[in-house]
Write a protein that binds this ligand. Structure first.
Ligand SMILES: [Zn+2]
Length: 389
């Protein structure tokens, strides 16, 4: 018997370990369930954490990968955790840390889920992969597909920055421009995955294997910080990174390795904020963003059209954790991008800056206490969208 299986979050139906994206019975979203008792008997968390070093794949027992599969890796994970000291507006908060996912092999956190996804593609014997992407997933998919020797096609909305398109091409991926938003690109990717029998790597909640890679951020944070932080602030499109980090902490709590959980904060840009909007209105379900997408933070500009349930899944995690969701105007993002670069030496993608700007909002609104430990996840590198001013 496998140590893990895809399970429907709505009806509980268990699915075989194969390329599957939604419940075959009710269409619900899938999660990977592990046989934690057996895993923790063989691999106590204390050992996993202490032996982690700088390799995400040391956490392999908690990833949905069969024992015989060979990891497709470029050395992802093990990213630095920097204390932020110099951003003036945030000086009231002495325990603010930046988790630099921006220094992964393709300069974004997506390398974690894509490394797992390409390893899964190989374990399922797939010949080809596809994805829809606002940029970072496409770049990571292209790189890891190159490493695996698989053909890769990326469906990209018109707003994708040229730096990301150039990188995808260089890695040898085939680019298919799509008129419209990320949601339109996703629809095409889903059709093409079926037609071409390709593994769909799109990093909404679609691929249940891929999103497990995000959990490893949680294990690393605990190893680096030595304790559970009070708040983790995450830029979100659909939000699988936020849910993944929370799942990682839940696993550590379940194993008895930690005794509490962090509060999760999801941040969007004002110009495309379906999850923040639902949070503000007190709604349980997230609605698709019907206005025009009006932000330069392209990495998180996901209107969730035709899959708003993904947003609801993230919102439920935020609420369960006692966290909040909020959104930030673009002019503040440009201000804090400059602050981060000039005062901390950290060049961040515009989408990533939402996390730092949100900390200032929370401080101002009295949500944070001065003694709180706060992690802002810097999801992508500024080199990825330097043309955005
Ligand atoms: Zn179901």
């Amino acid at each position: 018997m496998n140590m893990f299986e895809p399970v429907c979050r709505s009806c509980g139906t268990v699915h075989p370990v194969e390329a599957v994206y939604a419940c075959r019975k009710c269409g619900g979203s899938l999660d990977i369930r592990y046989d934690y008792e057996r895993i923790f008997a063989d691999y106590p968390f204390a050992e996993l954490i202490s032996s982690s070093g700088w390799d995400m794949w040391n956490y392999r027992p908690l990833l949905p990968i069969l024992p015989e599969a060979q990891a497709i890796t470029l050395g992802e994970g093990g990213t630095p955790l920097l204390r932020s000291r110099n951003i003036q507006d945030l000086a009231g908060l002495p325990r603010l840390y930046l988790k630099l996912e921006s220094v992964n092999p393709t300069l974004a956190f997506k390398d974690r889920p894509l490394s797992v996804a390409l390893t899964a593609a190989m374990q399922f014997g797939m010949q080809e992969v596809v994805c829809a992407s606002t940029g970072n997933t496409g770049v990571a998919a292209a790189a890891y597909a190159a490493r695996a020797g698989l053909r890769c096609t990326v469906y990209v909305p018109a707003s994708t920055p040229m730096e990301k398109l150039g990188a995808m091409k260089e890695y040898g991926a085939e680019l298919q421009p799509i008129a419209g938003s990320f949601s339109d690109a996703l629809e095409t990717a889903m059709e093409q995955a079926v037609l071409r029998n390709a593994f769909n790597l799109t990093s909404t909640y679609l691929n249940p294997y891929a999103i497990e890679g995000n959990k490893t951020v949680a294990y690393e944070l605990l190893a680096q910080l030595g304790r559970v932080p009070d708040w983790i602030v995450v830029p979100i499109g659909a939000g699988p990174l936020l849910s993944g980090i929370y799942k990682g902490f839940q696993e550590m709590k379940r194993s008895g390795f930690v005794d509490r959980l962090p509060r999760m904060v999801g941040v969007q840009a004002d110009g495309c904020a379906p999850i923040a909007e639902a949070y503000r209105s007190g709604a349980k379900e997230v609605l698709p963003w019907r206005s025009a997408v009006a932000t330069a933070a392209s990495g998180i500009a996901d209107p969730l059209i035709s899959y708003p349930a993904d947003g609801s899944r993230t919102l439920s995690v935020i609420r369960e954790s006692g966290g909040i969701a909020l959104s930030i105007p673009d002019d503040r993002l440009l201000h804090y991008r400059k602050q981060l670069a000039m005062r901390e030496g950290v060049l961040a993608e515009l989408s990533s800056v939402t996390a730092v700007a949100a900390v200032q909002n929370m401080l101002q609104d009295g949500v944070l206490r001065n003694e709180d430990t706060v992690i802002a996840i810097v999801t992508g590198h500024g080199f990825k969208d330097m043309s955005v001013q």
